[in-house]
Ligand binder design. Sequence first.
Ligand code: WT7
Length: 652
Amino acid sequence: MSTVSETSFDSLLRENRVFPPNAEFAARAHIKTREQYDAMYRRSIEQPEEFWADAARELDWFEPWTKVLEWEQPWAKWFVGGKLNLSHNCVDRHVQGSRAQKPAIIWEGEPGEVRTLTFAELLTEVQLAASMLKEAGVQKGDRVAIYMGMCPELAIALLACARIGAVHNVIFGGFAAHALVDRINDSGCVAVLTQDGGYRRGGEVKLKPIVDEALKSCPTIRTVIVHRRTGSEVAMTPGRDFWWHELTAKASPNCLAESMDAEDPLFILYTSGTTGKPKGLVHTTGGYAVGTYLTSKYVFDLQEDDVYFCTADIGWITGHSYVVYGPLQNGATVLMYEGAPNWPEPDRFWQIIDRHKVTIFYTAPTAIRAFIKWGDEWVRKYSLASLRLLGTVGEPINPEAWMWFHREIGHERCPIADTWWQTETGGHMIAPIPGAIAAKPGSATVPFFGVDAAVVTKEGEPVPDGHGGLLIIRKPWPSMARTIYGNPERYVAAYWSEIPGAYFTGDGARRDADGYFWLMGRVDDVINVSGHRLGTAEIESALVAHPAVAEAAVVGRPDDLKGQAISAFVTLEEHVTATDDLKQELRKWVAKEIGALARPDDLRFTQTLPKTRSGKIMRRLLRELATTGEVKGDTTTLEDFTVIAKLREQDE
Ligand code: WT7
């Protein structure tokens, strides 16, 4: 590969260091050279059906497909007519093979207990939970909400749903009751799987009481099953609420994996878009299985003796694809941790890596920036010699954080896979194959197999290398979301209308002369706080729901630790007085309505918001004000020029 070839970029990431793959790593990797990647990539683009059929044949199918792809943009069907079960591929396949006694899940609770489940034990647990669901009346195609913490039962819950063909809808345990109500009602869930509470920073995060509050407004829920984790007192509604351990104690130990059509839905996962209402993305069985299987195999280079630790919560897509489905389909040992990275002290992850001899560690840039802040002494207490590969996801990684990760955690030995992808894409899209692709700090590098990525203008015209534009994907891929639940029109409008003939990612990017992609953040009203995606409109609707608020505008501004921080501008109702107490109350209100991660970092009261003559809030100006404290950008379309001065006054 050519070495330093960039000369003219307009991005902040002025980075020209290149880190070739470690030779020792490459020698035992699945893909060992750039040439091998190039040949495989070329085939995956020129003969996608042959390429993906070969990948799919590495999994178990109950009935073969008749056609690999049926594509009528934007509607894709992969492995048409094929029948399989993802729970079978994650668990039974390994028990029938040679992995029955291999640890599937090693779990560490925050208080310190460790539980290991072999694939054989996992199969037992998954069958019991699947029988429990069936016996509770859950049927194939029914939607099941899952609101749990990071414990083995959460992974078991997903696999049990997949086993019987129920569609899981996991709701992150940090979300508030209101968010649960929206997600449960939008998808018409019939049951909720939850737990009494979980441990976080030494305290208990209660989950069941939040479910109880939400269910006052969820008419479709018939059954609640509660996993006992902390043992704290919870209210149980007779006839509706049951204990997981009581149901599984009498459930049938055998539950055959349902034969699912490749295009049967596997799960719905809600994510933020540009309107107030989160989108329920639908992922189907066959394509998602093959996509997460193959990306895990190659991007994490999974080998038989790996112990793989992904720090994401299963409540996000990263946890679905790369805690549960991807690594388990590969028969890998997955390490799951329940709690906070800094409990009881800021060395918890390094202690876990040392204790369990973790070989692959996948985390988020925001976490890395926190580790840097906490200090190297926490890292240096432990041996990290077992590590052989590192990964990041969720937001662009700043080169300084990359270098620290490389030096302090990777000991300049471990390749780093910066993986760009989205809830919508199901699996990695742009990411290095670590034995074959040289890394450049801050770049997610090159497209995965079958991914036809390009950078274009708003009109869809190609942008020359080295210049910024919009990131699009020009060909369908197996793990792509198929639709938005109950709203196919919104799916078409959000992803397939912006740029003719392509999937629009919502991200800005630049490709360099080596074909490497540099992600530049969202170009829409989605913000990324600590790798978590939030819609500004969602936070605005929460604010406006407060009786004191007349109007609200929310923007993201750069933050050293979180990537982006949330700035809110609020106008109050006539009779209401602006006070500091009210500010605090409104910040708390948002946390209560959506969840702590949506709490505005700063909130200012203003008499008016800057709007265009057609009444659109000019967020660009608010972003500038929140970031720099000034507005220098073009204000000619402002309806009222005095607004900016008034906004600034409020700041003093
Ligand atoms: C958005 C998707 C995919 C799992 C985590 C987030 C940003 C994600 C990267 C990366 C630069 C990234 C993008 C994307 N993003 N990974 N490696 N480099 N940006 O999933 O909540 O669906 O968010 O996260 O902006 O569009 P998500």
